[in-house]
Design a protein around this ligand. Structure first.
Ligand code: ZN
Length: 134
């Protein structure tokens, strides 16, 4: 498995520690306030998710990419260091629920039971955009 990019990985953990546990440095708060607020919102919506889930979504935003390709359709870049085997994942809204095509790919049965971090990345991305616009 490829190694995580260390700078993005460190920053992603710093953001998660700050948003979830309140251990914040001034620099992180000053430079990434909108992302921190988006993470706090996401944690309020999903209080039972482990820190790792928030870390992976944050790392995907920092080291990867999210592209909106339809009104309720996004592409999330696959990251080998997070175990992804495809270059891009489709995330879309169907009947009011997020779906991801990793559900239908290898090990889909493992991921189907929970909200995958591709979906978490889109949720985080959308919250960040909304907070920036406010
Ligand atoms: Zn997925």
């Amino acid at each position: 498995m490829a190694r995580a990019k260390s700078e993005e990985s460190r920053l992603a953990w710093a953001l998660v520690r700050c948003a979830l546990y309140g251990y914040c440095s001034d620099k992180v708060v000053e430079e990434h306030g909108d992302l921190l607020d988006a993470l706090s919102e996401l944690q309020t919506s999903f209080p039972d998710k482990p820190a790792e889930w928030f870390y992976r979504a944050t790392y995907r935003l920092l080291a990867g990419k999210v592209e909106r390709v339809g009104s309720e359709h996004w592409l999330v870049k696959g990251l080998a260091e997070l175990g992804d085997t495809y270059p891009w994942y489709n995330v879309w809204v169907h009947e009011g629920r997020y779906r991801c095509d990793c559900f239908f790919r290898a090990y889909g049965y493992v991921r189907k039971a929970r909200i995958c971090t591709h979906i978490a990345t889109v949720m985080l991305h959308r919250r960040q955009l909304r907070l920036r616009a406010e």
